[in-house]
Design a protein around this ligand. Sequence first.
Ligand code: PLP
Length: 456
Amino acid sequence: MTDIPYKIYLEETEMPESWYNLRADMKNKPAPLLNPGTGKPMTAEELSGVFCADLVAQELDDTTPFIAIPEEIRNFYKMYRPSPLVRAYCLEEKLQTPAKIYYKFEGNNTSGSHKLNSAIAQAYYAKKQGLKGVTTETGAGQWGTALSMACAYLGLDCRVYMVKISYEQKPFRREVMRTYGATVTPSPSMTTEVGKKILAEHPGTTGSLGCAISEAVEDAVTHEGYRYVLGSVLNQVLLHQSVIGLETKAALDKYNIKPDIIIGCAGGGSNLGGLIAPFMGEKLRGEADYRIIAVEPTSCPSFTRGVFAYDFCDTGMICPLAKMYTIGSSYIPAPNHAGGLRFHGMSPVLSQLYHDGYMEAISVKQTDVFEAAEFFARSEGILPAPESSHAIKAAIDEALKCKETGEEKTIVFGLTGTGYFDMVAYEKFHDGDMTNYIPTDEELAAAIATLPKVAE
Ligand SMILES: *Cc1c(COP(=O)(O)O)cnc(C)c1O
C-alpha cells in the first residue's frame, strides 16, 4: 500500500551529535529567572550554588544554536536510542481516518519515559565537575527513576525525596530506584529541617511536590559536593530533550514526510519543547509552517486558563521566579487527578512562544484521556502513560476531524512513556470511579492572586 515502514529507525550514525537550542532562533527570548529576594535576574554565580557550572551555562545561553552532546552522553543514548518513530497504521485503520499518524515513542527504556534524556545529561555534568551526588524530588516517580539510572551508570550518589503518598502507593517505583542504588526518602521526612518543621505543623501529612522540592534543595545546599537537579521546566532540560525532535525530523526527512500538525502533552513542557524544537526553529526562521498543539489536563490548565507572569517554580516558594504561564504556585490540583501533568507553571521557552502566537494549547478531561489511552492500547499494543495519553486524545480528535473533511493530514505526536506503574489510575477508570475536576474561575483567581509582585 505504501513504502513507509511501521517503524522508522535511524542508524546510530544518524543520531544527533548536538542538541538544538531553540532560544537562539527566538526573537523574543524567554524572560530570565529572577532572584526571589532581590527581584534581579539570577546571575551565573548565584545559579552555580544550585546547579553545576556547565548546566548554568546552558541555562543562560540564549544564542548558541547547537551545543555538542558529549561523547559519553551519546554513548549512553545509544543504549536506548534512537527511539522509534512509529506509523500508527493500526490506529488509522481503527479510526477509519485518511490522516497519517506517527508517534515518537520514548517509553523504550526501563525508566519508561523521555526523562532519561535529560537525567543522563545532568548527571554527566555533575560528575564532570567532581561532585559526589545529586538530590531531587519525585512525585509520580518517573523522574526519580530516570535520575537513579543515570547516577548508577556514572557512579554518583542519588538522593530522591518522594512525595509520601506516592512512596506508599507506588512501592514498585521506589524499589526500581533502590535497585539503581538511589536513597529514597518519603517526604516530608525527619532528615531535613524543613521536613521537621512541616511535620510539626501538619502531623500525618502525606506530602506534596512543593514540600519534597524544599527538602531536596535543603539536602543539596547543606552537603558539600551535592547539587539539586530538576526534570522539567528549565531551559537546559528542553535543550537536552531536543534529541527527541532532532531524531523525529531526521526520520521524517528520510521519507520526505512533512507534518501538518505536531502534538505533545505538556506538564512542565520538556517533552513538547524537545519534540517541536527543530520544527519550531524552521517556523521561527520562516522556512516552514506547522500547527503545534500543547495538550494539558483540564484540572491543571496553565496555558489555557493561566496568566503569563513571574511565579515561583515550587509550592515552597524557595526556588527562583520564572516568567511563565501559571495558575499560581499555591494551586494544588484536586486529589482525584490521576493523569499526571500536575505542575502549576510551564516552561518559560514554551510560554514565550505561546504568548507570541507560535503554538496552540488545549485542555482535555481525564476520563476522555483514559478512554483514548485504552483505545490506543487496544489498537497499537503499547500501554501508554496517562501523561502521554493527553497527546493521544488530541491526535485522535484531529484524525477524526480529517475523517469528516476527507483531508489527508500528517499528524505527529509524542508518546512520552509507558503506564505500567499507573494501573491504580487505570483501575479507577475501568471501575467507573474516575471523575473529572475542572477548577472554578474563583479557585483559579484565588491562586493567581497569590503570585509574587514583580516590577517588570
Ligand atoms: C514527566 C512526564 C511528562 C510531563 O513532563 P514534561 O516536562 O511536560 O514533558 C509526560 N509524560 C511522561 C511519561 C512523563 O514521565
